[in-house]
Design a protein around this ligand. Structure first.
Ligand code: ADP
Ligand code: MG
Length: 232
């Protein structure tokens, strides 16, 4: 098989120390392959978000290794780490909300600003991402003046604007009604199918998990079962 895009070996994460010490991940091995979609499921508190943050290089493990295309990421620091993350990943996370008083366009341009892309090109690429998400007519709206589904599509446009290889999404349909959730899911799987983007989704949504190529289940900081999808 090809080199995994991301490979975790015996990854552990401990929060706090002494009396408040908590072992959130207790030895996780996981490979994510280019172009696949993986659902991370499990009860609240089982370690899903912790695992996702480590996969996305937003946090560092207490021990164990995380490789990105065969390279150990443990030596990446500061600006190098930011550059790799910004170039490789797009985020659809609840805690990375839209900036409410900025326009939809400004919100989508933000990752390009961080990447140092000149303003004219930022605009062009952000408008193109908004067109892809059927939001071109909302570019000048304030982010607060959107429906839930439009906000989530804006977040996806922002996640896409850097042409990422992987999109990480934490409960992407969590706050949406089922019809809007299905639209958002269609968009994500369309990106996987048409652009080969790898999807890593944390979800409680059984339908969304079922559409992924593979699911892994977290339980008390370890992966318990890995149900390979039935070959299509
Ligand atoms: P999930 O996303 O599956 O609900 P999390 O990964 O958010 O689980 O959390 C796993 C466990 O780690 C929980 O018990 C949570 O309370 C604990 N935890 C998460 N983040 C921190 C933190 N920054 N400090 C201390 N404990 C934390
Ligand atoms: Mg969580």
């Amino acid at each position: 098989m090809s080199t995994p895009l991301l490979s975790l070996t015996d990854v552990r994460k401990t929060y706090g120390r002494g009396d408040t010490r908590f072992d959130a991940l207790r030895g996780v091995d996981l490979d994510i392959h280019p172009g696949e979609s993986v659902a991370i499921v499990g009860k609240s508190g089982s370690g899903k978000s912790t695992l996702m943050h480590l996969l996305a290089l937003l946090d560092v493990p207490t021990s164990g290794t995380i490789e990105l295309e065969g390279q150990d990421t443990g030596t990446l620091r500061g600006r190098n780490l930011n550059r790799v993350r910004n170039k490789t990943f797009g985020f659809v996370f609840q805690q990375f909300f839209l900036t409410p008083n900025s326009s939809v366009l400004e919100n989508v341009m933000l990752p390009l600003k961080i990447a140092g892309v000149p303003r004219g090109e930022r605009r062009r690429r952000a408008l193109s991402a908004l067109r892809d998400l059927d939001l071109a007519d909302k570019a000048r709206n304030r982010a607060t003046d959107l429906s839930g589904g439009q906000k989530q599509r804006t977040v996806i446009a922002r996640a896409l604007v850097n042409n990422p290889r992987v999109i990480f999404a934490d409960e992407p349909t969590g706050n949406l009604d089922s019809t809007t959730g299905a639209v958002v899911a269609d968009i994500l799987f369309g990106l996987q199918r048409e652009h080969g983007i790898t999807l890593v989704l944390v979800t409680h949504d059984e339908e969304l998990a079922a559409r992924c190529d593979r699911r892994v289940t977290m339980r008390d900081g370890v992966l318990t079962a890995e149900d390979e999808a039935v070959a299509a």
